[in-house]
Design a protein around this ligand. Sequence first.
Ligand code: CTP
Length: 486
Amino acid sequence: MALIQQCLRVCNDVAPSWAGGQEDRQEFCVREGLCAAVEQSFAWAVGQRPVIESHGAMLPSALATVCPKRLALAVSFCFRKSVERSVAALHGQRVLLGVSGGIAAYKAAELVRRLRDAGAEVRVVMTAGAQRFITALTLQALSGNPVRTSLWDEAAEAAMGHIELARWATRILIAPASADLLARLALGRADDLLTTLCLASEAPLAVAPAMNRVMWAHPATQAHVGTLRARGVEILGPASGEQACGETGEGRMSEPQVLVDALSATLVPQRLVSKRILVSAGPTFEDIDPVRFLGNRSSGRMGFALAAAAAKAGAEVTLVAGPVRLATPSGVSRIDVRSAAQMREALLSALPGQHAYIGAAAVADYRPAEIATQKIKKGDGPSSLVLERTVDILAEIASHPQRPACLLGFAAETHDVETYARGKLEAKRLDGIAANRVGVPGQGFDADENALKLYWNGGQREYATASKAAIAAGLIDWVADWLERK
Ligand code: CTP
């Protein structure tokens, strides 16, 4: 990992001075979580030779002799010429890509390429609707495999082709997933090849919804999505923006690279086995009376993504969640709370034996000094609310006798992000703080994607816009580094 940091420093110093350098640097930061693969890339780029098994031992000394400019060129070389192949996060994965009917089906062509670039073997199954938007021939040429479109293909089914395909897949990704497809999946229907395969396969399933914003927001669609999520299906997106129908809103299919990043993020190395990680997520609600409360706009998605990423890295994860409607990530123990006081109590009782605490919750700083036991009527209610400060849980944990070895805080700021974030890093005596700008459309609260900067004493790292799952994987990697160094 020291190697990665060394390279990042060089990227920061030198990258702006060459054309495309800034882009490379950002790309590097996003992908940094995939450290082993990135090291491989560097080994190849720096040495300009195939990587040998012992590259980890060989490289740091090799790097010491490389001048920064050359290293910077290696970064560029790496990302421009070989990163897609070298950062083979999906290497060895057999991805069954399901394409359903919708204008976003054209993006499936790009997606197949990106999946293959990331090292996956890809086979495509198209629904009848999908074939009206893009041809099987295109996807066959790009995937390098025949495309299946029907359950009634006599030649393929002579050898029980759909069962063979269901067993072949290590991952199933459906992109785009139309409203109709989501409904059929939620109901467990098997009325075409794609839905039959989903029922017949034990591979993890991810879907990338794409549809008109009103269709996406419809309670029927949302109910189906809720059912699928509760069943462990990963819902990737949709993103917000301009739609093919001319409207603007939530419903666009996430970009192919975002989908590949999300898929890759689920394949993180098991770096946190035997580590215990405590995560807080979501807002807190501070009651005013039995029907009103003070809250905030945190959706809890970043905290849940962190808990999921830590569990995937092998950690024993306890997630203390404020009032959110999100499915518990698999393998995570969840404690639901409502107020800042309840969150503090739950976190402190879970604290003994934790190796890291990640404070992603947006904990209220103030609560009403008194909670009315009956609904306050407008006639006799006070014209102002008397508030009192809540306890700063993160700062309290930092000075607790059972302080975990790694404390990672969050700072959501609308302006002067670095100054405020570094201020909190120091004031709360944290090991790291992840800061993001809020108030930027499509990012932060309630968005699928995020972009943030991580600061620690003597360093910083940038995570350019990517899915929350991908960013969470990167942050968990940093936590693993920190714990390894301790
Ligand atoms: N935090 C906490 N307890 C609180 C308030 C905040 O544990 N009562 C934690 C959050 O979980 C987050 C970090 O402190 O990890 C920073 O939260 P933030 O609201 O950005 O900062 P504050 O310290 O509350 O400062 P301000 O609201 O003035 O920006």
